[in-house]
Design a protein around this ligand. Sequence first.
Ligand code: ZN
Ligand code: ZN
Length: 229
Amino acid sequence: MDEKNSATIEDYLAILLVMQRDGAPVVGARLAELLGVTPPTVTNTLKRMARDGLVTLREGQGLFLTEKGLERAQSVTRRHMLTEWMLMRMLQVPWSQTHSEAHQMEHTVSERVAEQMWTRLGNPQTCPHGNPLPGYEQAANHWLPLMDAAAGARVIIRRIHEMGEDRPDLLQYLEENGLTPGVEVEILEVLPFNETLTLRVNERTLALGFSAARFIFVERCDPGFALGH
Ligand SMILES: [Zn+2]
Ligand SMILES: [Zn+2]
């Protein structure tokens, strides 16, 4: 397998890992959209991956990673997340750009270097966007979707889901407005008919559409946290 092919396969593996973890069905059209390729290209690549023993089609259940595919998907995801931290901590790359930069580099990082990065970075359990490293999924277990928070709740931003990391405009907006992991916000208003949330962050009021808010996970920071209905 040449280098470019191998990078493409790793991109597929990383997305399949997220979908499998979240229990989301693997749909060709959705993969095509996420990878910016045509559905026939997706079909061809998945066929090649099945031939190489990375994915398998289970009758009536869809597509799954094999043990070999899972191992390789976890490896590239881990290398990606550690590269994000390295870019941010050591090179001061802005938070909103670490994902796209790491995406270019992750395929060439060796397991050995990844291991050293993990140690030097202080054994992080999540990436800078709050997504759990493979094997540390429990780190994100008690974080709730921002969409489930009711008006009046005070929460701490913990995570921007992997599918949100793929949208540079969203990350830039969140960074510019201080909506990054670790920041405390107050939910002022939830308007389902308008599909917006109004938040107070750093003394400022900010409206966020549901299409952006659905990628954000939060931790309650007061006992009066209420879930919306
Ligand atoms: Zn990323
Ligand atoms: Zn990340």
